[in-house]
Design a protein. Structure first.
Ligand code: OXD
Ligand code: MN
Length: 587
């Protein structure tokens, strides 16, 4: 017998939306296949080459609806201060009135799909359940890849009362009336007038980060914008690392890292547990344990190729939904900028317009075009992927893209120092993006757009978690793969070679290697990073490990300005860290 709270809410939504009928998603292949066929008939999806890309489909969004919309994303809490200085805020009652006004009758003549889904393996004590109501088959089919859904979830719902209510209404895709609203005090999400993944796959950013971070604070755990990888050493031991990066820093590439041959020969292996989100909490053994709440990858297509990320490319070869990529009409396959091989000559661009890859100044695939692929497609998926208790984390890495200043890697002096390093995370804009290059954007823990409450309190929550973990807390590191020489060339080779830095990190975690103490933290001695076989000499390595006190003096002044935005919510422990840095770089 289904939970009365669920049934009451579905009834209420049915009265509001006035659909023609309701379909409950049971997760069966037969039902999903029916939906794929219907979507192919209406044009919502196009079926791709059955031999070359079995069970793969192409979808095009509206041209005004291609990315997350941070300026239209709101945290709706009774007090504005709960949302804090970095979130857009709306009063919950006014937000409900406005959104229900937009949603009234908007499913007329349509089917209302009800998706019961689990974030996390269904049998995990840490999994959380959501129900998404949508009028889009594209959403249903993406959720079927990105989450665990269907009958088993409904069964679990019989015994629990807390689930996250998610309402998605495509409406007219009117950008002026597009709202992505979160009601963390009610466990609810409402998304209207969008069809783009990040705004409408409500289990992902909306639930697994914004709502979950709020829940995590109340319940004593962390919902983070982090990948999780496992590294098997030649001795057969597997260590897990969680890592946060702002966009355009190679997060998915690190999540699916392919080892340089010398490490393969030594017997190392790398496994992917997750590429985007980690839910972490103290386990029974006192260590920090992490699960990936997702069940698939919603990856950026452009730039994915055999060199940058062969595993991600392998993920896309079957059971994948592509969004806003190029369609090659010769063989009904897909293409994007940066994929291996020539661009197709007889194709449709992401807008569905004829495109031959030559005369156009416009890109064929949208820069934010995506693939949605099941995690099990990944050749390096961890065997712990479905483990109900997750994996124990030995190290946390923060990263960013800095041409100067930040060394290749450094280690925090202790947990609070690590939280400070996470809180000042920054990346510089690249030449590829519009506007000036080299502008520093701070993105604490890569959570700026995803923290569902006051970010000052979020920092404090991190400090509290550290206190409760004590001696067993993971070590915290910062990496920067993007140091440049005078000519603007990257000094560090990146990609799979980043493993050389991970090796140092693991050695620091096991206490088998010494490091140099500096004003900003512990830095590797030059001979502690293996550069065998790299086109990089000791002098270049020493350059990218250097801490330039003058640059750091300037950096500390910038951090002070950034911190001023948080005024009285900034934890005293972080103010102390900043003054410690300021005095250390003066010495
Ligand atoms: C994502 C993002 O899509 O962080 O993962 O924007
Ligand atoms: Mn992300």
């Amino acid at each position: 017998m289904l939970n009365k709270l669920v049934l009451d809410w579905i009834k209420e939504m049915e009265c509001l939306l006035e659909p023609e009928s309701i379909i409950w998603i049971d997760g069966s292949e037969a039902q999903l296949d029916n939906l794929r066929n219907t979507a192919c008939k209406t044009g919502e999806l196009g079926r791709l080459n059955r031999e070359k890309l079995p069970n793969c489909y192409l979808h095009r969004t509206a041209v005004n609806d291609v990315a997350r919309v941070e300026d239209r994303t709101f945290i709706c809490t009774k007090l504005k201060s709960t949302a804090g200085p970095t979130n857009n805020w709306l009063d919950p009652q006014s937000a409900y009135n406005m959104l229900y006004g937009i949603a009234k009758g908007c499913y007329r003549g349509k089917i209302m799909y009800v998706i019961p889904y689990s974030m996390g393996p269904i049998d995990s004590p840490y999994a959380k359940i959501g129900i998404e109501i949508t009028d889009s088959i594209y959403v249903v089919l993406n959720m079927a890849i990105m989450t665990r859904l269907g009958r088993d979830v409904l069964q679990k719902l019989e015994n629990i009362t807390n689930f996250v209510k998610g309402l998605h209404c495509s409406c007219e895709l009117d950008a002026q009336k597009r709202y992505i609203c979160h009601f963390p005090e009610d466990n609810a999400i409402i998304s209207v007038n969008s069809g783009y993944g990040g705004n409408v796959l409500l289990g992902k950013k909306c639930f697994a980060l914004r709502i979950a971070s709020f829940l995590g604070r109340a319940e004593g755990w962390l919902a983070e914008h982090m990948l999780i990888i496992g590294i098997k050493t030649p001795a057969g031991e597997v260590k897990y690392i969680a890592a946060a990066f702002p966009s355009a820093c190679g997060k998915t590439n690190l999540a699916m890292l392919t080892l340089p041959e010398i490490y393969q020969r030594k017997g190392y292996e790398v496994f992917c547990v997750g590429d985007d989100i980690a839910w972490m909490r103290k386990g029974q053994d006192g260590r920090l344990w992490a699960i990936n709440p997702e069940n698939g990858f919603f990856g950026v297509a452009p730039g994915t190729n055999k060199k940058s990320n062969p595993h991600a490319l392998a993920c896309t070869k079957k059971d994948t939904i592509f969004t806003n990529v190029v369609q090659n009409l010769d063989d009904n396959t897909v293409w994007w900028e940066g994929l291996d091989g020539k661009s197709p000559e007889n194709a449709l661009n992401w807008k569905g317009k004829p495109w031959n890859g030559k005369m156009s100044i416009e890109k064929g695939a949208h820069p934010n075009s995506r693939f949605t692929s099941p995690a099990k497609n990944c050749p390096s998926i961890s065997k712990e992927f479905d483990s109900p208790l997750g994996v124990p984390i030995s190290a946390i890495i923060f990263g960013g893209r800095r041409a100067q200043i930040t060394p290749l890697v450094y280690e925090a002096k202790n947990w609070n120092h690590g939280v400070f390093i996470g809180s000042i995370m920054a990346s510089e804009t690249t030449a590829a993006a519009a506007g000036k290059t080299g502008i520093v954007r701070r993105d604490p823990m890569a959570m700026l757009p995803f923290c569902g409450y006051n970010i000052g309190e979020y920092f404090n929550h991190w400090i509290e978690i550290g206190k409760s973990l004590g001696e067993k807390a993971p070590k915290i590191f910062n990496v920067n793969w993007f140091r440049q020489d005078q000519q603007g060339n990257f000094i560090w080779p990146g990609f799979g070679e980043n493993f050389r830095v991970l090796e140092w990190i693991l050695n620091r975690c096991s206490g088998t290697i010494n490091a140099k103490e500096t004003a900003i933290g512990y830095i590797p001695f030059e001979d502690s990073i293996n550069i065998d076989g790299l086109p990089l000499n000791l002098e270049s390595l020493s350059n990218i490990l250097k801490v330039d006190k003058n640059l750091w003096k300037h950096e500390a002044e910038n951090i002070e300005k950034f911190y001023a935005k948080f005024s009285d919510t900034l934890p005293a422990a972080l103010k102390l860290q900043l003054s410690a840095l300021t005095s250390a770089i003066k010495e």
